[in-house]
Design a protein around this ligand. Structure first.
Ligand code: DOR
Length: 430
């Protein structure tokens, strides 16, 4: 395998607090050396001066839609979008058709990921059969087949006894339960966040309590079981507060936040653009500020895209009937750089920790580091590059973005997976 020398970049490795201008040598698909200056005459030299070289981004929450919803996305197109966005590993949610609730489904996603994927793909197994919330899925055999976590994402586990059992069983495998926190009775027919904007727009509201009551329940169950509860897509200030208290108490609770909940409020819904319809819904400025603060303090452990591609037919329809979700892979890093790094709220090191090192740690995945011997999963970022978001040009089949036409500064310009260049200057290599 070719040797590659990434020359003269600002090398940032949050796994060991390393931030220096230097070179990275890749040999045999792994990081061979990181130093101020490396001479390797037999290596292909890539000039990355004035760019950031960092561990590839790791997304612990995405929807690749295969099998069953190939009109929305496939493992091939979804991972192309991931590579375009600077991601080198992704965890695929099981709300496919059929639901990925058995070992064959884990093998299917894993094998397809290996054969057709452009980045590493890790399957998440469903918590309950068909994600119906009635009966636990075959957790043990899914672990043997490669499941890295369990989730009924897209739906809550409404039955508290089933959730307790799931948390108890998860201890055997030392894998997290990723909880989609939503009380469906409180959501009722809601379409957006319940507040001033929902009243003005005449859309049915989803109260914060729909999320908060379920986070509260699951933290109580995590305390009782001592299992690892991971709270998906936190959207409320009070949600952050409860997770803060749980952590202070020493519970094994982690959490994620999406780029859209960090950068948009329910004001965005005022155009009735269904691309702003997402679950949980976009909240208010006070929530956004609490989420940013929670992420900054590490109360929220990481950024996860909840990449949720949908077809035009799923979205160009009355607001109430439109599907929830945002196609997120290709805008995640530029959104975080534009709004949170360039504004000085986060240093590049802090942001990369939240998008690579920390997700790898909490999900016990390889990557998230530039240590010698680690897989050469790398992203190169041009902090000065400005581009306008254009959904049509996404590699993802899902063109559903609420950021259409927004100009963002700070984009990934190269993605390497196991030492192979998968994306260069925005172009994914087939
Ligand atoms: O907006 C969302 N879309 N939230 C979810 O929980 C599910 C996801 C999907 O599958 O489209």
């Amino acid at each position: 395998m070719n040797k590659i020398l990434l020359k003269g970049g600002r090398v940032i490795d949050p796994s060991r607090g390393y931030d220096m201008v230097g070179d990275v040598l890749i040999d045999g698909g792994v990081i061979a050396a990181v130093a101020e200056s490396i001479a390797a005459e037999d290596a292909e030299v890539i000039d990355v001066s004035k760019k950031i070289v960092a561990p590839g981004l790791i997304d612990i929450h995405c929807h690749l839609r295969e099998p069953g919803f190939e009109r929305k996305e496939t493992i091939a197109t979804g991972t192309m979008a991931a590579a375009a966005g600077g991601f080198t590993s992704v965890m695929a949610m099981p709300n496919t058709n059929p639901v990925a609730d058995n070992p064959a489904a884990m093998h299917y996603v894993k094998n397809k990921g290996e054969q057709e994927g452009h980045v590493h793909v890790y399957p998440i197994g469903a918590i309950t059969k068909g994600s119906q919330g009635k009966e636990l899925a075959e957790m043990a055999s899914m672990v043997e087949a490669g499941a890295v976590a369990f989730s009924d994402d897209g739906r809550p586990v409404e039955n508290s006894r089933i959730m307790r059992l799931a948390l108890e069983y998860s201890l055997i495998f030392d894998l997290p339960i990723i909880a989609h926190e939503e009380d469906l009775d409180l959501v009722d027919e809601g379409d957006m966040h319940e507040g001033y904007m929902s009243t003005v727009l005449g859309l049915r509201g989803i109260p914060r309590a729909a999320e908060e009551t379920m986070i509260a329940r699951d933290i109580i169950l995590a305390r009782q079981t001592k299992a690892h509860l991971h709270v998906a897509h936190v959207s409320t200030a009070n949600g952050v507060e409860m997770i803060r208290k749980a952590k202070r108490e020493g519970l094994n609770v982690t959490a994620e936040v999406t780029p859209h909940h960090l950068t948009l409020t329910d004001e965005a819904v005022k155009t009735y653009d269904t691309n702003t319809k997402v679950n949980p819904p976009l909240r208010e400025q006070s929530d956004v500020e609490a989420l940013i603060q929670g992420l900054k303090e590490g109360i929220i452990d990481c950024v996860a895209t909840d990449h949720a591609p949908h077809t035009i037919e799923d979205k160009v329809i009355e607001f109430h009937f439109a599907a929830n979700g945002i196609s997120g892979f290709e805008t995640a890093l530029p959104l975080m750089w534009h709004y949170l790094v360039h504004s000085g709220k986060f240093t590049p090191m802090e942001m990369l920790r939240m998008m690579s090192t920390r997700p790898a740690e909490i999900m016990k995945l390889p990557g998230g580091t530039l240590q010698e011997g680690a897989p050469a999963d790398i992203v190169v970022i041009d902090e000065t590059l400005e581009k306008t978001v254009d959904g049509k040009s996404f590699y993802s089949k899902g063109k559903n973005t609420p950021y259409e036409g927004v100009s963002l500064k700070g984009w990934p310009v190269m993605t390497l997976v196991d030492g192979i260049v998968k994306m260069e200057n925005g172009v994914v290599k087939e």
